[in-house]
Design a binder for this molecule. Structure first.
Ligand SMILES: NC(=O)C1=CN([C@@H]2O[C@H](COP(=O)(O)OP(=O)(O)OC[C@H]3O[C@@H](n4cnc5c(N)ncnc54)[C@H](OP(=O)(O)O)[C@@H]3O)[C@@H](O)[C@H]2O)C=CC1
Ligand SMILES: O=C1OC[C@@H](O)[C@H](O)[C@H]1O
Length: 392
């Protein structure tokens, strides 16, 4: 048997999701049946101070040899780093990813990939030129649950998917949670707002059903409505209709309705009683239950009376922690992992196999989703500061 290859990660930024993700990354892959690769963390960098990076490495229980850096550039210059995980606010993804790609590093970058499609296209060109991996960290795409949903769609059991309803909303009470407007969720200088932060998950489900697994490959038309958060002008609620043109004999046009909000909740009280995603065809539907970004339950309901429910607990061992995202968030049960290791496994496989894009969200799709979000922002009058919209 060949020895598993160890992928050496550098963690760029030390905030909430960096902590959650790195803990998952350091979970033994054999606990989820993955035997051909391993992950290790060889360095972490904080733009604030080296001591913050040191404390981060201690908190996640990284190997004692892992190096703490007080600047992102130093992390990129470290030859022992194979791949960089970027966990900064949306506003910074483009410049951070550009730095890493130009430094010859593979990149797994948090969602949304960039602020706009032009920046995403530039990152793709750079990754192509440098011959390195660029992957958007939309973790939900890589869950076994999501693979199952794709199989249900591709099996034809629903007939041609005709409509997708997907909501990803977290009632964060912006006025009390973020009173000074500085938090990344509502701060335009950090490209904050519901669309780029959570709407991307609703769009991910729409695209999973109608783009990757679907039959139509013509980019969709977009119609949208947006509400703004008064004090800062960030978007706090968005409703997006995407129409995928499709020939009549392939089922006719398909509609995706993607919603997101910081004012109301997909699942008030976290009871998980109603689906947050419904993928519908003439013969029935597949339902995905909230939270939309980390679902653990599906149900297939067909016109012929079939009802199939499945539970998809994340494998452990996990620390049963409250998800640390600055304003609360879901808790994974004691013994359960969070689920961010699936995307890390795919990124590692890309590095090992020499693939430059993830298997479940290629460059074309990341760019297309950014184009859809550009159009939503245009229709909703959401403009970010020029400094963070710029392309070099
Ligand atoms: N996949 C998922 O489930 C989730 C993904 N996310 C995504 O992760 C990214 C980061 O979110 P999150 O971790 O919650 O954010 P945090 O605010 O908790 O952390 C962001 C980190 O980025 C660094 N940073 C660099 N420049 C700035 C700046 N100007 N302002 C603020 N921070 C800065 C800081 O680290 P340092 O000081 O060390 O440099 C900071 O700690 C976003 O893209 C978000 O969409 C967030 C939550 C969940
Ligand atoms: O990625 C995310 O998923 C869940 C949300 O609560 C969080 O704000 C977001 O960044």
């Amino acid at each position: 048997m060949t020895e598993p290859r160890t992928i050496r990660w550098g963690i760029l930024a030390t905030g909430g999701i960096a902590l959650t993700s790195t803990r998952d990354l350091l979970t033994d892959p054999t606990t989820r049946g993955v035997t051909n690769l391993r992950h290790t963390v060889v360095a972490a960098a904080s733009s604030s101070s080296q001591s913050k990076a040191e404390s981060f490495l201690r908190t996640v229980n990284a190997p004692p040899s892992a190096k703490p850096y007080g600047s992102y550039a130093d992390l990129i210059a470290d030859p022992s780093v194979d791949i960089v995980y970027i966990a900064t606010p949306h506003s910074h993804h483009y410049t951070n990813a550009l730095l890493a790609l130009r430094g010859g590093k593979h990149v797994l970058c948090e969602k949304a990939l960039t602020v706009n499609a032009a920046q995403a296209r530039h990152l793709v060109e750079t990754a192509r030129e440098r011959g390195v991996l660029l992957m958007e960290a939309v973790w939900t795409r890589y869950f076994p649950l999501t693979a199952y949903v794709r199989e249900v769609i591709q099996s034809g059991r629903l007939g041609p998917v005709t409509r997708v309803l997907a909501d990803c909303s977290v009632a964060t009470e912006p006025h009390t949670s973020f009173p000074d407007g500085a938090h990344r969720m509502v701060n335009p200088a950090l490209a904050g707002g519901a669309l780029l932060d959570m709407g991307i998950y609703s769009l991910t489900w729409v695209f999973t059903a109608l783009w990757r697994a679907g039959t139509g490959q013509t980019p969709p038309r977009v119609v949208s409505a947006m509400a703004h958060y008064g004090p800062t002008g960030a978007d706090e609620m968005c409703t997006v209709v995407v129409v995928f043109p499709r020939a009549q004999d392939a089922g006719g046009d398909a509609h995706g309705i993607a919603t997101t909000s910081m004012r109301v909740d997909t699942d008030p009280g976290g009871r998980g009683s109603a689906p947050s995603v419904r993928i519908q065809g003439p013969k029935g539907e597949v339902q995905v239950f909230p939270p939309t970004y980390r679902p653990t339950k599906t149900r297939v309901v067909l016109l012929d009376g079939t009802v199939e429910e499945k539970d998809w607990a994340q494998p452990g061992p996990g620390i049963g922690s409250k998800w640390f995202n600055g304003f609360g968030g879901p808790t994974n049960a004691e013994g359960e992992g969070h689920g961010m290791f699936w995307e890390a496994d795919e990124a590692a496989r890309c590095v090992i196999e020499g693939r430059k894009e993830g298997a479940l969200e290629g460059w074309d799709e990341s760019v297309l989703i950014m184009e859809v979000m550009d159009e939503v922002r245009k229709q909703g009058g959401l403009v970010y500061p020029e400094e963070i919209e710029r392309v070099e």
